[in-house]
Design a protein around this ligand. Structure first.
Ligand code: CAA
Length: 257
């Protein structure tokens, strides 16, 4: 399947999605959203694909939502069309995915990176929520996800000043999992994705759901959710296989059931 604004490749069990609007620094217009919704749904539905990497270019992961598309819109159009609500279809992806970020990840670009299960950053990565400089504010979850990721002080400073945060500060603050040299970014992200793709598929989904529950619920509720999912995994053949392989000192063979 070919797309207008993204390139999708399958590398074994890993799907690599590359944003491809270089003339606009990968600004996220409606076509990008439509393409991503389709590609992520196809990934989620394909039992042979076990992890996905979303990346951009060396200069920009994505420089934000498309300002030229939004400029002339009024409240009635934005509210009436529930503008940006389509991103919930991307965050509904059940299987794991990683954002591999080099260069600018600004506004919606930073917000899409934060929708990923985790971010691997190139040493050139720059994160920011500069919407205030356009007279607006984040609209794709940035005020919520950034604050949960790095805490109120830094998130508030970034949203109120629009300043960018470099890769090292982002790692210190807990926004990114790991920094790698820019030249190695995609290779490193694919290597990590392959590692995840080698795990039991249902356990991967369960681990993702549990960690996300920590973001979305209180501690007692989150722990109960974790416990129930943990119990549930004992109904899968892969739990028997994984534990039996460990005891038998052999490599597990996953069935995804
Ligand atoms: N939307 C539309 N077009 C954009 C864009 C965006 N967010 N960001 C960059 N572009 C376009 C530029 O207009 C320019 O196009 P032309 O050649 O046709 O003029 C092209 O990409 C290259 O950009 P620059 O010439 O500006 O490149 P630069 O290297 O000088 O600067 C930059 C890079 C600092 C990232 C600068 O492009 C910039 O500040 N971009 C806007 C960043 C921003 O404000 N993002 C937030 C958008 S609002 C949002 O995302 C709302 C939300 O919550 C989802």
């Amino acid at each position: 399947m070919s797309y207008e604004t993204i390139v999708v490749e399958q590398r074994g069990a890993v799907t690599l999605v590359t944003l491809n609007r270089p003339q606009a620094l990968n600004a996220l217009n409606s076509q990008v959203l439509a393409d991503l919704i389709h590609a992520f749904a196809a990934y989620d539905a394909d039992p042979d694909q076990r992890c996905l990497v979303l990346t951009g270019s060396e200069k920009a992961f994505a420089a934000g939502a498309d300002i030229k598309e939004m400029e002339a819109q009024g409240f009635a159009e934005m509210y009436g069309s529930n503008f940006f609500a389509g991103w919930e279809k991307v965050t509904a992806t059940r299987k794991p995915w990683i954002a591999a970020v080099a260069g600018f990840a600004l506004g919606g670009g930073c917000e899409v990176a934060m929708m990923a299960d985790f971010i691997i950053a190139a040493d050139t990565a720059k994160f920011g929520q500069p919407e205030i400089k356009l007279g607006v504010a984040p609209g794709m979850g940035g005020s919520q996800r950034l604050t949960r990721a790095i805490g109120k002080a830094k998130a508030m400073e970034m949203c109120l000043t629009g300043r960018m945060m470099g890769a090292e500060e982002a790692e210190r603050a807990g926004l990114v999992a790991r920094i790698v040299p820019a030249a190695d970014l995609v290779a490193e992200a694919l290597k990590t994705a392959e590692q995840i793709a080698g795990m039991a598929p249902l356990a991967a989904i369960a681990n993702k759901e549990m960690v996300n529950a920590a973001f979305e619920t209180g501690l007692a509720q989150g722990i109960l959710f974790e416990r129930r999912l943990f119990h549930g995994l004992f109904g899968t053949e892969d739990q028997k296989e994984g534990m039996n392989a460990f005891v038998g000192k052999r490599q597990a063979e996953w069935k995804g059931k």
